[in-house]
Design a protein around this ligand. Sequence first.
Ligand code: ADP
Ligand code: MG
Length: 258
Amino acid sequence: MREAPDAIVFKELGQVFKTDSGSVEALRDVNFAVKRHEFVAVLGPSGCGKSTLLRCIAGLLAPTSGQVDVFGLPVTEPRDDIGIVFQKPTLLPWASVEDNVVFPIKHKTGRVNQEHRASAREMLKMVGLEGFEKRMPAELSGGMQQRVGIARALLLNPDILLMDEPFSALDALTREEMGFELLRIWQASPKTVLFITHSINEAVLLADRVLVMTGRPGSVLCDLEVPIERPRSIETTSSKVMHDFSGQLRSLLLKRAA
Ligand code: ADP
Ligand code: MG
């Protein structure tokens, strides 16, 4: 029997941006694979091409060399089975919370049916926003707006969830809460997650594996399995194994910056 393909595979991926002031090599020879239902965090210095990686998987940007495969096929355009959460919630200010969640369907097909609305309400409940369906984004806190973005990304129950520093605008407590919420969602409805973050602790707390990237041009410096059992909890954050592993990552990142 043929083995099922990995969810995401980068093959010798390179990205060079041409600008008026010359070219910028953002990524070089990126190789790695993410298995189905794996939770992988990506850590790396600012400007090392993390968002660029994500845009290549999402089909929003064509790589200048190499390729990205999703479930065994090269990415050539955005796919319905990929949900994306950006750093900022990017909500439409004039649309209600529920309308924001169904917006991608409306944009794509021109119409939204009752079934879509029902599943939007279900997703909003899942991210703890039951009762806020008719509110406008401006009435919500930053953390709540980010949850709307997550509900929107989850609406079509995507196999792959791409998250680009999704919690970086939140205060530390809300951020930790959202991390645990994401783990709960991921466990209740398994999916492949690629999670970009600047926070070593967040990467370690959430992921099965952590990829550390080099500075520009970005490539994979190392790929480490997180040696921490699941389920993870608030106690995990103060455990010795978490402390030691985070320290190992910190020195890897610092060495690169030196
Ligand atoms: P990160 O997310 O790791 O901070 P990015 O992927 O956003 O990094 O960017 C990587 C590099 O590529 C940066 O130097 C950035 O300025 C450059 N870059 C990103 N997108 C473009 C673009 N559309 N045009 C030109 N340069 C870009
Ligand atoms: Mg970025």
